[in-house]
Design a protein around this ligand. Structure first.
Ligand code: SAH
Length: 241
């Protein structure tokens, strides 16, 4: 029997483990997707891999699944953070969705000097990351953090983490990841207004920073995020693992 529906649940998964469904999940599974008792669904929780589960109780507002067998082992993404300055709502949603699909381990909205939006809806962005993981077959859901000031993030920057600083001022220059070593990494993408001179100066001086160009054209921030994730995954990530 082929399983088409994948659901993220915040519950332990294992042999014979029963998993209660909350109201939203029950509505989705039984109301929207028209599933009934006996149907098979794929479950993952970000820790225990993917499990085939059977619907053992189906109700309007609740339900229960029982795990049958593990169908995929847990696959962790590389230890890569994506730092980006939030832009317009739909484009910010896009960045979070693509970062989850591309295998970022952690998604960190940062407020830079030229960032327009001062607030984000962390819960909505987290829900986008969950949905992206459900549809792309991932077993891991990246954490979306609350908006933090870039200034602060750099002050606390971990000594053991490299930073791929995508600097639009380097557009067209030959600056890539060829000399970079694998390990703990982060990518930084600026806002529509780019980085301020002070931010650029500070980032160029950061010991762990690798200044990178994404080609001769200036990309929009959402395009730049996907391009940077692609370049990093190809050079240092799990595409060739
Ligand atoms: N307003 C700025 C462009 C900002 S583009 C200007 O006109 O110069 C938004 C972000 O995408 C940038 O801050 C940078 O992180 C990234 N980016 C876009 N194009 C890039 C390129 N060719 N090389 C490196 N980074 C780029």
């Amino acid at each position: 029997m082929t399983v088409k529906i994948r659901l993220y649940v915040d519950h332990p998964l294992g042999d014979g483990q029963t998993v209660p469904l909350n109201r939203d999940q029950a509505h989705y599974l039984f109301g929207v997707m028209r599933q009934q008792a006996g149907a098979h669904v794929a479950l993952f929780n970000g820790r225990d891999g993917e499990w085939r589960a059977e619907v053992t109780k189906a109700g309007k507002r609740a339900g229960e699944l029982t795990c049958l067998e593990q169908t995929r082992p847990m696959q962790m993404p590389p230890d890569l953070w994506l730092l980006f300055a939030p832009i317009k709502k739909a484009r910010t949603d896009f960045i979070v969705e693509k970062a989850a699909e591309m295998g970022a381990a952690r998604i960190m909205p940062v407020q830079t000097e030229f960032t327009n939006s001062e607030r984000i809806r962390q819960d909505r962005l987290q829900a986008h990351a969950v949905e992206a993981a459900e549809q792309c077959g991932g077993t891991y859901v990246p954490e979306v953090t609350d908006l933090q000031k870039l200034d602060r993030v750099l002050t606390d920057w971990p000594l053991d983490r490299q930073l791929m600083f995508c600097d639009e001022a380097e557009a067209g220059q030959a600056r890539d990841l060829a000399a970079a070593k694998p390990g703990k990494w982060a990518i930084l993408i600026g806002p529509e207004g780019g980085f301020s001179p002070a931010e650029r100066k500070r980032l160029h001086a950061l010991p762990n920073a690798h200044v990178v160009s994404l080609g001769p054209r200036i990309l929009r921030a959402d395009t730049a995020a996907v391009a940077a994730l692609t370049v990093w995954q190809q050079a240092l990530g799990d595409w060739n693992a």
